[in-house]
Structure formats: C-alpha cells, structure tokens
Design a protein around this ligand. Structure first.
Ligand code: GLC
Length: 523
C-alpha cells in the first residue's frame, strides 16, 4: 500500500540547536523558517521536530509542562503555525515529538496531584507508600518521596519527569485531546517518545537482576496493557486520515519490536538496531537489515544517529573524518528498505562535541553521571571523563552553517558550545564543493525520490561477501541493483542485459567505500 511516509526522507531537527533568529542563543521557529529552503534543496520531505512545548527543560523539552503551548524559547504559537505552513508549501511534512509517558513536575496536573491524596488529579500519576526496586533509566531509584502527602511518586527518568498513570481512562482522554489539538493545527504525525515504557498495569513485581548485577527491566516496561493503550492512540490519530505514527521502542530485540509494528498500533518502530552500533562493522549492519527483513513485519526505520547517541561520523570513521566511508553509509541509509531518518548535521559530517569543563555539559544524563562518580570518591577529572562519555550533548552542538562567528547559528551566546571544527566544516563550504558529503546526500535523496523502487521495492539477493553489501530492490517490474563496498577491493558480477547506471561507475572491481547503483532495462 502506498503511504506518503514510505516515500519520505525524514530529518530530525533538534529544536535548540538548529538556527537562532533572535540572538538568545537557542534555536527557534523563525530560525527554522529561514532554513526551510536549505532543507528543501537537500531533498528533505519530512521533519521530526523534537519537543517544542512549554517546558522547564531539565531534559531539553522531554519534560512538558503544558502540552498546548509553544515554549517561549522557540517562539509563539503563530511562529509555529507559520513554520508549519511554510514547510507544507515546500512539500515538507512535519511530525511532532510527543512525550506521553511522563509530564514535567511543573505541569498543572502534577502540581494539583501533590496537593492532597484526594485531589482529582492524584490518580493521573503513580503513588506508593512502599516503593519497589524499580530503577530510573537515568540512574538511582525510580521513586521520589513527596513530603507534602507522605508518599513516593514514580519517575522512570529524572525526578522532574513524573510518569503518567495510563491505567486511568482520564489520562487516555487527555492524551487524545492533545493529539487532536496538534492534528487540528495540521501536524502530519507523531514521534511517540519512549512509548513502550508507559505504565499501563500499575506497579507489579520487583525487577530481577541480571548476571552483571544490573536491573533487568522485566516488569516496568512493555507491560501487557501497553498494546491497548497504543491502540487507543492509533485510533485517535488515524481518525484524521493518513497521519503517521512512529514510536520510540527502547529495545533492539526484534521479538519485542514486532509486537508494536501493526497497522492498528505503530506504522513503524524507531528501532535502535543500527543506531546503537558503537563501531563500524559492515557485517553487523548487514546482519541487522537481514534480521529486520526476516523478523520485522512491515517497514523498519533506518538511522544511525539521533540526539540520544554520539555522531556516527565519530563512531564509524577510521580517520577523524572519514568522508568516503560516510558517503557509503549515506548510500546504505537511503537505499535499504525502510523509512530513513537523518539527524541534522549528519549531511555535512558533523562530529562529536567534547566538553572541557563541567559547565559545558548541559545534558541531565552527563551531569548525573558526574555527580555519581564524585559521590563514589572519583576526582573531578575522572568524573568529567565519565560525564563526557555518558553525555548526549556530544551530538547536540549547534548546526554549523558557515565559518563566521558562532558558525552562523546565533548572534548571541550559544546555549551549548559550538564544535570548534566549524571553521573547516560547515554547510556553506560543503554546498560549494561538488564532491562533498552534502552533495552526495543530496544526490542519493534525489535518486530515492525519482526511483520509486527505492521506497517500495522488496529485497532480492540480499548478500554480504567480505565487506561488500549487495542487494536488489524490485517493484512493479522495475529492478535496481545496489552495491556498497566497505572493504579494500571487491569483485562484482554485473547483471546480464541492459541497464542504466544511476550512481557510480559500472565496472567489475569496486575499491573501498565505492558504491554502484544500476537499474535494469534502460540505457
Ligand atoms: C527519549 C528521548 C530522550 C529522553 C527520554 C526521556 O528516549 O529521546 O532524549 O531523555 O526519552 O523522555
């Protein structure tokens, strides 16, 4: 079946770091509007906006205090509407990141809920006199004592991110109202944050510990009632027509992932099988797409980066900036079967940010790990090292637009350090160089758009031989052959008959990181 999202190349736009229009050092909607032509020129047809709702931002917006308003750092509701309109005029769809697992502790529901045990909002959250052993994903217990009412409340992430009680029908009604509000504004779909984490069955047994002595999150996530809850979200969203639902499922286990991929649940699952690869290993990439093809029903998502993981340019390169390999990776993302999600800055090969002082670390995960290391008796230096390893700020530095002051991102003081390499690594230079990574992305995206087979085609002859990944995509009588060679030199056997060269050079030997794309039947 045809759906717009199967043909879309998505671009994750990290709100605070894309483009600042008013000099306050943080990205905003007006800033994004200025760059929509840039995205259109690159070929992007879908934007995933990270949370832009009112928030105290202890976790950069993943702690919403009002679902119905735009955070003033990012502009006004009118700015949002103007942005959406301008994006749509350019043929770009927009999906909003929505956090329904938890709210900020500043949200009025929670402010009410903690007033007393019989407050009408009390049951929007989860309270216990005696907490169990469940741990927060940001470290420590998932339970926080509330002085006022003498009970603990439950938070799977930070203390300021309070879990909603999804067994309460009122919470589900509120969620539907929120979804409808943004769809009425014209949003094209949602990225549902940590959606398999929602507490739908309440608090059950203690989690067991694994061999490493770490908690196995057996009972606190993927609770049985979750499918019913997501089904409710799906029903509401699909009542608006062809809207798109992608859910973040915190798992690499395909048996878990496939439970959520269903037309009545999530269109696609944001699965970390490729995203969490720490090092470059073509065989591992191949194994993942083969497994996804075999075991996951429907379309997988294809991505190597997001705001939660280090930049793949830094993870994968043999040298600091291995452009040839990055081009081969880009080809992989845009030709394999699935919905591709690019992360802002990856199109120019942005690299990880390194903090020199604690002040340069904003991310709650980085700062929490610093604190823990200090409490364990570690020196400032050791703790900073650990914070640098754990922080997700690595991939959150401002977009590098040009070599001018502050990389053209802001005229003010940037909210987070700008990667020092912006003088030699920026959009302006990349666009001007014919053989740049940017121009390679652009070419591959265009190819994907022209050749429907790359969006809809089934795999044939999916193969891996010594670092060479090759496959065919077949759709309605058309056949495209793809060869991505990650190894030294590889021999390939060109297909019989007539074909057209879509990318690369048709020859029997490919050198390292060389690609070749052919199409059967035309010259
Ligand atoms: C998701 C987000 C991450 C956030 C967490 C808690 O994993 O991608 O950035 O910290 O949810 O909301």
């Amino acid at each position: 079946m045809k759906n717009w999202w199967k043909e879309t190349v998505f671009y994750e736009l990290y709100m605070p770091s894309f483009n600042d229009s008013n000099g306050d050092g943080k990205g905003d909607f007006k800033g994004i509007i200025e760059k929509l032509d840039y995205l259109k020129n690159l070929g992007i047809t879908g934007i995933w906006l990270t949370p832009f709702y009112q928030s105290p931002k202890i976790d950069n917006g993943y702690d919403i205090s009002d679902y119905y308003s735009v955070d003033s750092d990012y502009g006004t509701m009118e700015d949002f509407e103007e942005f959406l309109d301008q994006a749509h005029k350019r043929g770009i769809k927009v999906i909003a990141d929505l956090v329904l697992n938890h709210t900020s502790d500043q949200h009025k529901w929670f402010q009410e809920a903690k007033k007393s045990k019989d407050n009408s909002y009390r049951n929007y959250y989860i309270w216990k006199k005696n907490p169990n052993n469940w741990e927060s994903f940001f470290s420590g217990s998932a339970w926080e004592w509330d002085e006022g009412t003498n009970e603990y409340y439950y938070h799977k992430f930070a203390v300021g991110q309070v879990d909603l009680n999804w067994s309460n029908p009122k919470v589900r009604e509120e969620a539907n109202k929120i979804l409808e509000f943004w769809m009425d504004k014209g949003i094209d779909g949602f990225r549902l944050d940590v959606i398999n984490f929602m507490t739908c069955e309440g608090i059950t047994e203690d989690n067991p510990m694994d061999e490493k002595g770490e908690q196995d999150h057996k009972f606190d996530i993927n609770q049985p009632g979750i499918l019913d809850a997501i089904g409710g979200i799906n029903k509401c969203v699909k009542s608006y027509g062809d809207k798109f639902l992608v859910g973040e499922i915190g798992s690499e286990n395909l048996d878990v992932l496939k439970r959520y991929r269903d037309d009545g649940l999530l269109d696609v699952v944001f699965n970390f099988n490729l995203g969490s690869k720490k090092n470059f290993d073509a065989k591992e990439f191949y194994d993942e797409i083969e497994k996804m093809e075999k075991d996951l029903n429907g379309y997988p998502t294809i991505f190597f980066g997001s705001h939660d993981m280090p930049r793949h340019m830094s993870r994968f390169g043999e040298s600091k900036r291995d452009i040839e390999r990055a081009k081969a990776v880009a080809t992989f993302i845009l030709t394999t079967k699935g919905v591709p999600f690019l992360y802002y800055g990856d199109e120019i090969g942005m690299t990880n940010l390194v903090a020199n002082t604690l002040n340069e670390i904003n991310d709650i995960q980085g700062r929490t790990n610093y604190k823990i290391e200090r409490q364990k008796g570690g020196s400032h230096r050791e703790a900073l090292k650990i914070a640098n390893e754990k922080t997700r700020d690595k991939s959150r530095s401002p977009m590098q637009w040009n070599s001018k002051e502050n990389s053209g991102f802001t005229t003010g003081i940037p909210w987070i350090k700008i990667n020092e390499n912006y003088k030699i690594l920026n959009v302006e230079d990349e666009r001007n160089r014919i053989d740049s990574l940017f121009n390679h992305y652009k070419k591959m995206i265009r190819l994907r758009k022209i050749e429907e087979t790359l969006s809809y085609g089934e795999y044939k002859n999916l193969k891996y031989i010594d670092g060479l990944i090759s496959f065919e995509r077949v759709y309605e009588g058309e056949r495209v052959y793809i060869y991505i060679n990650f190894t030294q030199t590889s021999n390939i056997v060109l297909p019989d008959g007539v074909y057209e060269v879509l990318a690369g050079e048709a020859k029997n030997i490919l050198i390292k990181n060389e690609i070749l794309i052919l199409k059967k039947g035309r010259k």
